[in-house]
Design a protein around this ligand. Structure first.
Ligand SMILES: C[S@@+](CC[C@H](N)C(=O)[O-])C[C@H]1O[C@@H](n2cnc3c(N)ncnc32)[C@H](O)[C@@H]1O
Length: 278
């Protein structure tokens, strides 16, 4: 069995029974998504029953396998961020709005947003005249984001592990909505890339779940895909910053933290501002 299986329920069975008979290991993240009458999937509780003909998706994912987590996320990205209807529904969260008002310069600055997806946030970074570049690794998302291009707003397809920019090309770079968490044990490499291309500040929107340091959070999309991400505390971010190369670490003058708001899929946003020296 692979980490994701679509099946049709063959007879009355509890979710618990189905999960137990299909899971690859009880140590894995095992969950069952059930299609509702409205045609949308949601995660079923273990006490629920499934009946003959129900459309089910079973996930049994090895949390210690970064490649498996990334494979799940890659499927999720293809079916979620690149979709026009998803993009149209997405708005700024009130805490993002406030954070942008307070921490993004008003004009005459150059900004980079990595993992910009379909450009949900990127246009708001232009404010009264900043030059903004949004970068993402999903071609469909970038195609969608490009519908909003202007002379101050550019979208590029690219890899956050190898940012195609010059040293300190941007005044400020950002990575929002816990996108840092999708890089699993490579998070410090992404921070190194961000510091390299930035002269003043790196801003991170991170997710905290119950102050846990060791936790994989996941979000289930209505069409039956799952996005995994690690979550953060201030302490965990600081341990990641310890791992970055000495020359880049020396560029961090201080780190400030600001609270955000809960998200409907769980966890609460908080923000970290890395103040850099030139
Ligand atoms: C959690 S989503 C956030 C999207 C957007 N920032 C938002 O808040 O709506 C993460 C995004 O990271 C992108 N991504 C994943 N791996 C990447 C990589 N190596 N380089 C650049 N973007 C990547 C995905 O395509 C996805 O759009």
């Amino acid at each position: 069995m692979t980490f994701r299986q679509e099946i049709t329920c063959s007879g009355l069975q509890s979710v618990k029974e189905i999960v137990n008979s299909t899971q690859r290991s009880e140590k894995f993240i095992n969950c069952l998504l059930k299609k509702n009458e409205d045609g949308l999937y949601r995660q079923a509780g273990t006490d629920e029953q499934c009946k003959k003909g129900d459309s089910l998706i079973i996930y049994s994912v090895d949390p210690s396998s970064t490649s498996e987590l990334q494979a799940c996320n890659s499927l999720f990205n293809d079916h979620y961020y690149g979709k026009k209807e998803v993009a149209q529904e997405q708005k700024l969260w009130p805490d993002e709005d406030l954070f942008i008002k307070n921490f993004i310069p008003n004009s005459n600055s150059s900004l980079l947003e990595i993992c910009c997806g379909n450009g949900r946030i990127t246009p708001y970074l232009c404010k009264d005249g900043n030059s903004v570049v949004g970068l993402d690794f999903s071609k469909d998302s970038i195609t969608l984001a490009k519908e909003n291009t202007s002379d101050k707003l550019e979208f590029v397809y690219g890899d956050a592990f190898e940012l195609p920019f010059d040293t300190e090309e941007f005044d400020v770079s950002v990575c929002f909505e816990n996108s840092l968490g999708i890089f699993f044990e490579d998070e410090e490499k992404i921070i190194e890339e961000l510091i390299t291309v930035t002269s003043k500040k790196v801003l991170l929107g991170l997710r905290n779940v119950d102050d846990s340091d060791e936790f994989l959070h996941y979000y289930v999309s209505p069409d039956g895909y799952i996005e995994f991400a690690t979550v953060f505390t201030e302490k965990r971010l600081e341990s990641i910053l310890e791992k970055i190369s000495d020359n880049l670490k020396a560029r961090i003058d201080s780190v400030d933290y600001y609270p955000g708001l809960p998200r409907p899929w769980g966890g609460t946003q908080f923000y970290a501002v890395l103040n850099l020296n030139a």
